[in-house]
Design a protein around this ligand. Structure first.
Ligand code: SF4
Length: 466
């Protein structure tokens, strides 16, 4: 897929399609998970995954839910606490979960990816983190090294250079740094005061420690954002030279996320400004040599994501885009999501329920689903659109032994108006997303989604496409 050019940005088209939809970090989306899926189903999925002729390597996600203070825009599953004893207790339970989970997977299956997310994973003090890493290595075939992607999401407000050095010593080789916006007025409106200096210190230390990849998260659509202010943030971030930049659109869902009720609706940018903010990002990042991977992700031309996309090996998962195909994902910790074979499952989302399950010696799986044959086919189609912005119909038919036109007649009907509007081109052999359509991959993917009807998407609390 060719890199995105800034000229493909079509504000009018984006405004017309600014409506809710899933982010397709999974298909079916997490809204389709049900409580009928429990620990027994997880055990069966793990057993089946070991029986594959070529068992897939493993990817571990560890969720640390604690944060020191609430950012008002936040939609993550997190617990505000300044009590280090709570992290220590959590670690005890996490270790129990590791002890229950690891034996379900054959020991010769290597861990190729390790990601700590949250919450704020760096609330784990270095001795706790070292203890957890040791426990993971004791129970999984995990040997941190250059060929293992080991990353952590960092909050520079509570993370110093020594912490980053500790991460490097423990084998972490990538960090993801939350920034959102450097403008003081925006930071005050979202209760996240974070200086450029704090951020630079973390990133420079990671570089000095030889970390392979630094990524920065920004958000557009926050209260009190202005075009000038956001452009300055972009210039500041570009000067920090991260390898990857993710620019998420703020989803204001105060009925679902309590902290967002602290944001004044009148402070939010309107649709025109949201699109102008995104346009500024596309323009400035493009001029600085970043390529548009898709949706809200940008990366430097020499980054592994860009290369994976060029080789046709890019994947979409719960961390956004990934270079690792075909790993089974094991989620550890409260609310974490696993993707084992053709199953998705999510752990208990309340700390008390998560602890209670582990005290009873049970896996804390609360809900999930086994993908149907139809889900597997549609997931492949959505993956092609989200990662490669095209779907080769002949190759797809050969992979799934089906007649695309009859199987996806309804999808093609939904795509026809999008083709007229210039989001996709439809030819007998291929569906191709246009450069302008690459900002609306979610809208295009929705046409393949059998779980989220377009009308329903407007009724349930999903984030906006822009
Ligand atoms: S944005 Fe990050 S640091 Fe802020 S409350 Fe949410 S999880 Fe915590």
């Amino acid at each position: 897929m060719k890199p995105q050019s800034a000229t493909a940005f079509d504000a009018e088209l984006l405004a017309r399609h600014d409506r809710p939809g899933p982010r397709y970090t999974s298909y079916p989306p997490a809204t389709a998970f049900t409580p009928e899926f429990g620990p027994g189903h997880y055990l069966a999925a793990a057993r089946d995954s070991n029986a594959d002729p070529i068992p897939r390597p493993l990817s571990l996600y560890v969720h640390v839910p604690f944060c020191l203070s609430p950012c008002f825009y936040c939609g993550c599953t997190r617990i505000i606490s300044r009590d280090p004893a709570r992290s220590e207790l959590y670690l005890d339970y996490l270790q129990r979960e590791i002890e229950l989970t690891a034996p379900l997977f054959d020991r010769d299956r290597r861990v190729l990816q390790l990601h700590f997310g949250g919450g704020t994973p760096n609330v784990l003090a270095p001795p706790l983190l070292a203890r957890l890493m040791q426990h993971l290595q004791q129970h999984f075939r995990l040997q941190p090294g250059a060929d293992v992607e080991a990353g952590m999401e960092l909050d520079p407000r509570s993370c110093d250079a020594v912490y980053v050095e500790t991460l490097a010593d423990l084998g972490f080789n990538r960090i993801s740094v939350g920034v959102q916006d450097f403008n003081p007025a925006v930071q005050a409106a979202v209760n996240r005061l974070q200086s450029l200096e704090q951020t630079r210190r973390v990133i420079d230390t990671a570089r000095a420690c030889g970390m392979q990849s630094v990524s920065v998260d920004l958000i557009y659509g926050l209260p009190r954002q202005t075009l000038e202010g956001f452009e300055q943030t972009l210039r500041d971030v570009i000067a920090l030279a991260p390898d990857r930049i993710a620019i998420y659109g703020y989803a204001h869902l105060p009925q679902r996320f309590r902290a967002q009720r602290r944001i004044r609706t009148e402070d939010l940018p309107d649709t025109a400004l949201r699109i102008a903010l995104l346009g500024a990002a596309v323009r400035l990042l493009g001029a600085a040599g970043y390529e548009h991977i898709g949706l809200d992700h940008f990366a430097r031309a020499d980054d592994a994501l860009v290369k994976a996309q060029q080789r046709g090996q890019l994947q979409r998962n719960f961390q956004g885009y990934s270079t690792h195909a075909a790993c089974d994902l094991i989620g550890l910790g409260m609310s974490s999501i696993s993707h084992i074979g053709a199953s998705y499952s999510q752990n208990e989302r309340e700390l008390s329920a998560y602890y209670a399950a582990l005290e009873a010696g049970r896996l804390p799986v609360a809900r999930g689903l086994n993908m149907s044959p139809d889900d597997l086919i549609r997931a492949d189609a959505i993956q092609q659109i989200m990662c490669h912005a095209r779907l080769d119909i002949a190759a797809f038919e050969a992979r799934h032994r089906l007649d695309f036109r009859s199987r996806f007649a309804g999808t093609l009907r939904q795509l026809a108006p999008l083709a007229q509007q210039g989001l996709v081109t439809l030819s007998p052999g291929q569906i191709t997303v246009t450069p302008a359509g690459r900002f609306l991959l979610r809208v295009i993917a929705l046409c393949f989604d059998n779980h989220t009807a377009p009308a329903a998407a407007a009724a349930v609390p999903l984030s906006r496409a822009i």
